[in-house]
Design a protein around this ligand. Structure first.
Ligand code: NAD
Length: 251
């Protein structure tokens, strides 16, 4: 399915590979341009080269506030108008609590939660001035059920925090035309889950929790992200959408 991104400019973090790369493809397919932010320069450049003139790659560690601020200022200057921000970048943390070091806790929160804070902080005034903008954060089923598929305590906490952050900025942003939603995937085939895919016992255990009985392909998660990032979601904000094969059925 294709969503309309005609003449829109969207910043996508973590667009070098996996779910983020499918988001980049979808925006270009919909007629938009992408500023792709990632720390994986090789894959980021390769993705940009697949879409000449439509995708520009920038080296940014989203945990580094100074780097984020500098690059966002450059992007806003170069493109003049940014319509959306899609925070896909994240890292996994899979250690049980009694083996989790304070350093791993800090790093996971810094990248998965403070990272999206940094990027939203860097674009907020621009969106306010422009009469609005669309923010989509990529969370995880772990943020709703306390981990358990692959990510554990630090990962689940970072994603639960991201859900709260998304709802809070949706409440404050509404009056400025700023939308904020999140997408919470379960097990998806990407480099993040290679260890899970390659371990037949763990793989079967996780699949057993998913009513649809299989992992997702990255493009299936991208579909919900692209919907939330587009004008098709014109009356939806503060939503944490489950793209998880039926793991979470709340409401
Ligand atoms: N794959 C899954 O099963 C799954 C499930 C639930 C949620 N998620 C979430 O989906 C998002 C995308 O994950 P994926 O599976 O595509 O993983 P991936 O590892 O394939 O891609 C993640 C991308 O983020 C980039 N990145 C990591 N740290 C960064 C940083 N500090 N600054 C900028 N870029 C950084 C990586 O270089 C990579 O390109 C993540 O937020 C992840 O937590 C994934």
């Amino acid at each position: 399915m294709r969503y309309d991104y005609q003449d829109k400019t969207v910043i996508v973090t973590g667009g070098a590979k996996g779910i983020g790369k499918e988001v980049v493809k979808g925006i270009v397919d919909g007629g938009g341009r992408v500023a792709l932010l990632d720390i994986d320069d090789v894959n980021a450049q390769a993705t940009a080269q697949e879409f000449p003139g439509k995708v520009t790659a920038y080296h940014v560690d989203q945990a580094n506030r100074e780097e984020v601020n500098k690059t966002f200022a450059t992007i806003i200057h170069d493109y003049q108008r940014v319509d959306g921000l899609i925070n896909v970048a994240g890292i996994i943390s899979a250690r049980p609590f009694d083996q989790l070091s304070p350093e791993e806790w800090d790093r996971t929160i810094q990248i998965n939660l403070t990272g999206p804070y940094n990027t939203v902080h860097a674009i907020w005034d621009h969106f306010k001035t422009n009469g609005g903008g669309r923010i989509v954060n990529v969370s995880s089923v772990a943020g709703k059920i306390g981990g358990g598929l692959l990510g554990t305590v630090a990962y689940a906490s970072s994603k639960a925090g991201l859900n709260g952050f998304t709802k809070a900025i949706a409440k404050e942003g509404g009056k400025y035309g700023i939308y904020a939603n999140a997408v919470a995937p379960s097990f998806t085939h990407t480099s993040m889950t290679t260890s899970l895919s390659e371990d037949p016992v763990k793989n079967q255990k996780v699949i057993g929790i998913i009513p649809l009985g299989r992992p997702a392909e990255a493009v299936e998660i991208a579909q919900m992200i692209l919907f939330f990032g587009s004008d098709a979601a014109s009356f939806i904000t503060g939503e944490i959408g489950d793209a998880d094969g039926g793991v979470v059925m709340d409401g």
